[in-house]
Design a binder for this molecule. Structure first.
Ligand SMILES: [Zn+2]
Ligand SMILES: [Zn+2]
Length: 154
């Protein structure tokens, strides 16, 4: 955790920004809830627990800055809410998401899996791919019939 904060601090410094205490509190919340896909309001409420003096506008600005510096990605799962997702360090591409249409759970796939698809797109459309966003909508294992049978048996 501390070393990741140090690296994020460096990223900010390289872009001539300081990791102020407010920004650090925001980064810590994101690290502590790495797979939670928090909205700006969610982040704000959690930051407020650590730094009660912080305002929503400051949290918004920090999230925008972190998005600009590619520390986080802003994502939208179709419900009109922007969510903030930390980038995995060293990942060439953004991870994929599985969004359950029953319970709303969001799972992540870190494996890229898209090598062949990207090759086809690059060849056929002469398009140099830098990144992608992939969200699958469906029914998660927890909500599937097999998942429920599994739960009943145990
Ligand atoms: Zn994610
Ligand atoms: Zn589900």
């Amino acid at each position: 955790m501390e070393s990741r904060i140090d690296r994020i601090k460096k990223q900010l410094h390289n872009a001539n920004y300081k990791l102020t205490p407010q920004r650090e509190a925001t980064v810590r919340v994101l690290l502590e809830h790495e797979e939670a896909h928090l909205s700006a309001e969610d982040v704000y409420l959690l930051v407020k627990e650590k730094a009660p003096e912080i305002g929503l506008a400051t949290v918004y600005r920090t999230l925008e800055l972190l998005t600009e510096l590619k520390v986080v990605d802003k994502i939208n799962f179709g419900d009109g809410v922007s969510r903030f997702d930390l980038r995995q360090e060293g990942a060439a591409h953004f991870h994929h998401h599985l969004v359950c249409i029953e319970c709303g759970a969001v799972d992540e796939i870190q494996e890229d899996l898209l090598g062949d698809v990207e090759q086809i797109v690059e060849d056929r459309w002469n398009f140099k791919i830098k990144d992608h966003r992939l969200t699958f909508h469906g029914i998660c294992w927890r909500c599937s019939d097999e998942g429920q049978e599994e739960a009943e048996r145990t």
